[in-house]
Design a protein around this ligand. Structure first.
Ligand code: HEM
Ligand code: FES
Length: 342
């Protein structure tokens, strides 16, 4: 794939996905306003906007962070993972409206620069209960902005998938900053108990999901056979479903062994796009299809079909009876290896 800027192609899936995001956001804002005004008709429009968009942003952030582990635990969640970036950009917009409005409301009406005012209007940095929590929100918003503005594939290709992925892992730092922003802010608001309760449930749910997924992945790693040289026994033919794969860790690398039309082929499990787990995808039209965004690779040589140029490493397999053995030494990316027939 070239390094030129390409327009985003809005296919039917993306349009439906975006419509769901936008209507979900609108419904939330309206419901939030109605419920708040029912319980407290004195609430000013400014407070309503700040709270509605702040809470919307943090709910969306939880959904975004839950999608990854959920889709690794259950394939049914994969459609939400597809185009998760659109959800990220929409979340940033909600956070920006909240942060921008708060900065305007509380920091821009005097003669001090609003950003300077966020850092200096409250200097109680040593206090837990009076900490200037807005500063934490500011840094979180900065990270979310960096991520939203580099979310297009243009940056992914130019920065390389590795750097892009690292940059986007900053979402966890943003999450930590937002959690502290809200916790410390809640101590200073009348809504504190409710906010702290809801946020704690969100945090515990996310932490549990990530722990369960890590445990599942560790089990795959445990299958890693200690030997570094020689052929390794991995599984039997019947252990793998037709047009699907099983993932093993071989010499510290994740490898996916695919079974299709009487053939077995092994490739490196990591997709060149954004590191998606190829072994969790399936063979569609003769190609291994990444479960995350649909990049495809030929099982026999690990290459994307023309005109695409992505390549992953391939591995030799052999069969003794119905038991599959793998040569742990990876071949060069894109090397053709004759499929193992059974
Ligand atoms: C420049 C950046 C930011 C500023 C100046 C800021 C400011 C504020 C202020 C003043 C409040 C208290 C509002 C009130 O309840 O009266 C607040 C609460 C909150 N903020 Fe931020 N914020 C920023 C960024 C963020 C970001 C990036 C997020 C989430 C992604 C966020 C999420 C929230 C949430 C969930 C609340 C609690 C809302 C509630 O009480 O119902 N904020 N923020
Ligand atoms: S990670 Fe995006 S297609 Fe594989």
């Amino acid at each position: 794939m070239s390094l030129g800027y390409r327009l985003v192609l809005w296919n039917k899936h993306k349009k439906t996905y975006d419509k769901i995001i936008v209507s979900g956001m609108l419904i939330y804002i309206v419901l939030f306003a109605v419920i708040t005004l029912l319980f407290n008709s004195e609430t000013s429009i400014e407070t309503l906007i700040i709270r509605a968009f702040g809470s919307l942003a943090i709910i969306m952030l939880h959904i975004i962070l839950a999608i990854g582990p959920l889709s690794r635990l259950n394939n049914h969640y994969l459609p939400i993972l597809y185009n998760r970036r659109h959800l990220g950009v929409s979340m940033f917009i909600a956070a920006f409206i909240h942060g921008g409005f708060s900065s305007f409301q509380f920091h821009a009406l005097g003669d001090t620069n609003p950003i300077y005012s966020i850092f200096t209007s409250n200097m109680e940095y040593h206090s837990l209960t009076n900490f200037p929590f807005q500063v934490l929100g500011f840094f979180a918003l900065l990270i979310l902005f960096t991520m939203a503005s580099t979310s297009h594939d243009f940056f992914l290709e130019n920065l390389t998938a590795k750097v892009w992925k690292r940059l986007h892992m900053l979402v966890y730092l943003a999450y930590a900053l937002v959690i502290l922003h809200v916790f410390l802010g809640a101590f200073q608001q009348e809504t504190s108990l409710f906010t702290i309760g809801i946020l704690s449930i969100g945090f515990i749910t996310l932490a549990s999901l990530h722990l369960i997924t890590a445990f599942k992945e560790a089990k795959i790693d445990a299958l890693s056979l200690a030997e570094k040289e020689g052929w390794l026994e991995v599984c039997t033919i019947d252990d793998i479903e037709e047009d699907r794969a099983k993932i093993f860790t071989v010499a510290n690398e994740r490898v996916a062994i695919f079974k299709y039309e009487g053939n077995l082929s092994a490739i490196h499990n990591v997709c060149k796009h954004q590191g998606g787990p190829l072994g969790e995808g399936k063979i569609i039209d003769g190609c291994i299809t990444c479960p995350w965004h649909g990049y495809q690779y030929l099982p026999g040589n690990g290459q994307s079909p023309p005109p695409f140029t992505e390549k992953v490493a391939t591995y030799e397999l052999k069969l003794l009876g119905t038991t599959i053995y793998i040569n742990p030494k990876a071949s060069e990316e894109g090397t053709a290896i004759k499929p193992c027939k059974y």
